[in-house]
Design a protein around this ligand. Structure first.
Ligand SMILES: Cc1ncc(COP(=O)(O)O)c(C=O)c1O
Length: 398
């Protein structure tokens, strides 16, 4: 067996299941704020396209997807990020089966296990796939604190020069999971310059980019920042996007990777061997979803309403800033995060994720400790009832 498999850590939900294994749930309906699975309705345009194109399964699909699919993705990226040069659908974008597999696979493609640069930078707290990708590529994860001041964006300036020099690739999560914070143009520029100096590939996980608060406006992305700097070839830059959160299609398994044409070309070769092409009906549904913004705007309104009501309900017990993007709350708790998680099940049957399960302890500090991740994915009424139960619990226990 590959010995690197032993380095993989239990997934946060495995740890959560073992934390709750002996806990008897309160006798009220379960409300889940734990899994980041969108529960709003999938768009009709995508579902119809899926059904109308079922016969596509009679053919093997090419790994790079159909021209029509890549064109729909390139058009969306160019418009959404106001790119000065259009994304080239032949060379600068490819479909992937959700960003999860692609975030893992890119590490296997880009990282050089013979190099004496041993590090892959990644945020903490983080999406655990980044860590597994580094381990299975034979490299070492190096965490940077992604909670910033008051839960703001990560301070990349705090990363020492020696770390940049030993690093081959950096994962960004923008907007962040779980913080919902977003990087400024200035922060992106500094990062792109550093990546240029040290020849580091930037992997920007932007799967929450379309779930932003209307009041905060659309966050900028890596390609937009690069384009504004005149790096229209997106040298060393890759952006990862998904229909899972944007279009409430987590089961479709559809996303894209766009940016540096040379890396995309190599990634396509890797993927040809990996054998992970996208099913033709999925491609048709994806074209419909990338080409429609109406459902995306409606989706944002639903989240905006939930944030307004839930933060008002929790205001007496938690100090909460509404994040600019994403669908999580990441409050600091007045109690231990594991105790809170167990009690919320046993006393109120609300499922949450302990913050410490989404981060690693570095220099004696786990940035998720005594925080919880609350995913506002359930319908509005359920989110409000969950918030009332959390408020009641905290009022009673603090
Ligand atoms: C930060 C982050 N990146 C990537 C993903 C993967 O999304 P998908 O594979 O559905 O595109 C998730 C899913 O929850 C996520 O939270």
């Amino acid at each position: 067996m590959n010995p690197d498999l032993q380095l993989l850590q239990p997934y946060p939900f495995e740890r959560l299941a073992s934390l709750l294994k002996d806990v008897v749930a309160a006798d009220v309906d379960r409300i889940s704020l734990s899994v980041g699975e969108p529960m709003h309705k999938a768009p009709e345009v995508a579902l119809s396209a899926l059904i109308d194109n079922l016969s596509g399964v009679e053919n093997y699909p090419p790994t790079r997807g159909s021209d029509a699919l890549r064109e729909s993705m390139a058009t969306w990226l160019t418009k959404r990020y106001k790119l000065s040069d259009d994304i080239n659908p032949q060379t600068q974008v490819i479909p992937v089966n959700g960003t999860r597999e692609a975030l893992f696979a890119i590490g296997q493609c880009v990282l050089d296990r013979q190099s004496n640069r041993r590090l892959v930078l990644m945020p903490n707290p983080f999406y655990q796939i980044y860590e597994g990708a580094a381990f299975l590529a034979g490299l070492q994860p190096e965490f940077y604190n992604a909670t910033g001041a008051q839960g703001g964006p990560p301070d990349l300036h705090a990363i020492p020069d020696s770390t940049w020099q030993s690093c081959q690739m950096i994962y960004l999560c923008n907007p962040g999971n779980p913080t919902g914070s977003t990087l400024s143009q200035q922060a992106f520029e500094a990062l792109i310059n550093l990546a240029d100096t040290h020849n580091i590939v930037i992997v920007s996980d932007e799967c929450y980019s379309e779930i932003y608060r209307e009041a905060a406006g659309a966050p900028i992305g890596l390609l937009q920042a690069a384009s504004a700097m005149g790096n229209t070839a997106y040298r060393n830059c890759l952006a990862f996007h998904s229909l899972s959160k944007r279009s409430n299609l987590p089961g479709l398994r559809s996303g894209l990777v766009a940016g540096d044409a040379e890396i995309i070309r190599r990634f396509l070769t890797y993927r040809t061997y990996h054998g992970c092409s996208m099913a033709p009906p999925t491609q048709s549904a994806s074209i419909a979803a990338w080409s429609d913004e109406t459902h995306v705007a409606e989706n944002r309104k639903l989240y905006d309403r939930k944030y307004a009501t839930v933060t008002e309900t929790l205001a007496p017990v938690l100090s909460l800033d509404t994040p600019d993007a994403g669908f999580y709350l990441w409050p600091e708790l007045p109690v231990d995060d594991e105790t809170f998680t167990r009690d919320m099940i046993s006393q109120h049957n609300v499922a949450v994720v302990p913050g410490s399960y989404l981060a690693r302890e570095i220099d004696g500090k786990n940035p998720g400790k005594d925080r919880a991740r609350l995913a506002l994915v359930a319908p509005l009424d359920d989110c409000v009832v969950a918030a009332e139960r959390i408020r009641d619990y905290l009022q009673e226990h603090t």
